[in-house]
Design a protein around this ligand. Structure first.
Ligand SMILES: [Zn+2]
Ligand SMILES: [Zn+2]
Length: 324
């Protein structure tokens, strides 16, 4: 195994052995041709391991890739996996089901830990006291209107983590032409998910001027903007993160839908408000929307990896022929 990148000289490993590779360095392996590379996290160059060390490492890599791996994305030639805290690039297709959403589930568990940390709670208690004094003096509460009192902590942490504004721009109501220029978080529980021809769902805020209201009298956001706002708004509402059980329920919904894309389009077809979705479906929606963004990012990344592999494979072949 090489401790330094062949191309740019960056240090890739502290010592011999897979476990000594620096974080961020990916390991690529081709079980059929018995080759292993380190992929540099700076220049993306593929450094081929010498034969003896790759023979030693291959069985373990293959074991990690089949028993403990989550498949993030694959093409016909290259699979990107995450196993034991490291990203592996396996040459050749695997039979594992793709589960990019798994990474996002882990993030929701971390958010739960941050939310329940002493420091967060202490901060929230201080702000709650200030807000209470403020309202007694006739000032308005710091987060606008709170929902039930037991959600006071959640609302204050929301305010401290996300601020007040979810989106700013211009979104006219097609009926009365009143224009929404700022979407405050406290109104976002009334946001409706709508089907869209573009990537991701559209979101819409019911017009407060139109009476009687119907589903087309809305301030509507589409495309990338809608997706970006939806990610922020869902993180805001799901500020408590998710427990292991809630996560399992949410993931079951995604699996039943067949994919993250299906879950999002299925919920959008119901035209429900975020509030009306309920907690587990809201979690499943956050996981799915983020997984879809991640999947597009991975698709680009894996295409680049595939190009890198073709080049590295050519070089490996030349070296082999020269040494034969
Ligand atoms: Zn390098
Ligand atoms: Zn209107």
């Amino acid at each position: 195994m090489l401790r330094h990148c062949l191309y740019c000289g960056r240090k890739l490993a502290h010592d011999e052995g897979l476990e000594h590779l620096r974080r961020g360095v990916r390991v690529s392996f081709d079980p059929a041709r018995e080759r292993v590379w380190s992929v540099c996290d700076r220049c993306h160059g593929w450094s081929l391991w010498p034969d003896d060390t790759s023979h030693e490492a291959l069985p373990r890599l293959e074991r990690d890739a089949t028993d403990r791996a989550h498949l993030l994305y694959q093409t016909d030639n290259v699979a990107l996996l995450e196993a034991t805290g490291r990203e592996l690039i396996r040459i050749g297709r695997t039979e594992l089901p793709e589960e990019a959403w798994w990474r996002y589930g882990r993030q929701l568990r971390r958010r739960r830990a941050a939310y329940h940390s002493r420091l967060s709670m202490l901060g929230a208690a201080t702000y709650a006291a200030v807000s209470y004094i403020g309202s007694n003096l006739g000032l308005s509460g710091i987060t606008g209107d709170f929902y039930p009192p037991d959600d006071l902590y959640a609302d204050i942490i929301r305010w401290r983590w996300f601020g007040r504004t979810a989106w700013a721009g211009r979104a006219p109501c097609p009926q009365c032409h009143s224009v929404l220029i700022r979407l405050f978080f406290y109104r976002t529980r009334f946001l409706i998910l709508l089907p869209s021809a573009e990537r991701g769902p559209s979101i819409a805020l019911p017009c407060s001027r139109c009476d009687p209201w119907t589903v087309d009298k809305v301030h509507r956001l589409d495309g990338a903007a809608a997706e970006q706002v939806l990610r922020r708004v869902l993180a805001y509402h799901n500020v408590q993160g998710a427990s292991q059980d809630e996560l399992a329920d949410a993931i079951r919904l995604i699996e039943t839908a067949g994919s993250a894309e299906n879950l999002v389009s299925g919920l959008a077809a119901e035209r429900r408000s975020l509030f009306g979705l309920g907690r587990i479906r809201r979690l499943a929606l956050e996981i799915s929307v983020n997984a879809n963004v991640e999947r597009r990012r991975l698709a680009g990344e894996v295409a680049e990896l595939e190009a890198g592999w073709r080049q590295a494979d050519d070089i490996a072949q030349i070296i082999e022929e020269e040494l034969a």
